[in-house]
Design a binder for this molecule. Structure first.
Ligand code: PBE
Length: 292
């Protein structure tokens, strides 16, 4: 995440693609909604929003990193910008942002972040599932985990950042470890998508399983579609960060018969269209009124 932030900052100057001219504090002509990766549930929802609200905007496929970069660049210049945004995410602690109201409910209500495992994981490794059921972050403790990645040294890997979190937060994770757990070195394959919640959780759980429960964890990063598909096929043991019931509904429809869902590890997650606080509209249905 450190890398994500640094990349975001270093790219700030390079990305002006969707920047608005800002001269009169409104959107430029034909502004884009700055999106992220195509497989994200938030992109499917944003696409629906274009129809539901008859928006005269395009949805730009991009990446989490580039979206954050463009947001930072626009804010530096006090320009108007609209991005696909969500919580929990560090951009909300970095910048003053707001969700645009969504009177049509296109982006769904608040939801959970849920670990999902391959069918049979509970039978094969009940202590792993017990750990996954026990893991629970609130806004503060999740903020601390994300913070460890943002504050990591430049040379640190994501694993290093997670290890630092592990060293400094035993009061948070100690109660999650099943008593007497011993995986006897068994191998686990854990999938995640390269979004902040996935990167941070996957690495933190790897550290816990290896340091506290004697498992050997290989992390496999891929796009959302392949991660969910591989899980349903039994090629992955679990992924820690399905957003349910809304954001990953398309994947749940296809695959949930072939996965196990565990206790949410975060409640109150939310997706939507996000703008800087200084943007003077409050609702998605006002967006069309403010083009130059
Ligand atoms: N996200 C972050 C993901 C889920 C977690 C909101 C970008 C998505 O839209 O699929």
């Amino acid at each position: 995440m450190k890398k994500l932030l640094l990349l975001a900052l270093s790219l700030t100057a390079a990305f002006t693609l969707a920047a608005c001219d800002g001269a009169d504090g409104e959107f430029a002509e034909n502004p884009d909604i700055v999106g992220i990766e195509g497989g994200a549930g938030i992109m499917a929802a944003a696409d629906n929003a274009l129809d539901d609200y008859n928006l005269e905007m395009d949805l730009l496929t991009s990446s989490e990193t580039a979206m954050v970069s463009q947001l930072g660049s626009a804010i530096e210049n006090e320009e108007w910008i609209v991005v696909t945004g969500w919580i929990p995410h560090f951009k909300f602690s970095e910048y003053n942002l707001k969700f645009l109201e969504d009177p049509q409910g296109t982006f769904g209500a608040a939801e959970d972040i849920v670990p999902v495992g391959r069918t049979g994981l509970t039978d094969d490794h009940p202590d792993v599932v017990e750990l996954l059921n026990n893991i629970y972050f609130d806004e503060n403790t999740f903020g601390d985990l994300i913070g460890a990645f943002i504050e990591a040294d430049q040379d640190d890997t994501d694993y290093d950042a997670a290890y630092t979190w592990y060293e400094n937060n035993s009061d948070v994770w100690e109660a999650w470890i099943p008593e007497g757990a011993d995986g006897e070195g068994a191998e686990l394959e854990v999938g995640y998508v390269s979004w902040e919640d996935g990167i941070t959780q996957a690495h933190a759980i790897k550290v816990l399983l290896e340091e506290e429960m004697n498992y050997d964890v290989t992390l496999i990063m891929a796009d959302a579609g392949p991660v969910f598909q591989d899980l349903a096929n039994g090629n992955l043991d679990f992924m820690p960060h399905a957003w349910l019931p809304h954001t990953h509904a398309q994947y749940a429809e296809s695959f949930s018969d072939d996965w196990e869902e565990y206790h949410p590890n975060f409640e109150g997650a939310r997706i939507g269209l996000v703008v800087p606080e200084y943007v003077t509209i409050d609702s998605i249905d006002e967006l069309n009124e403010y083009f130059d």
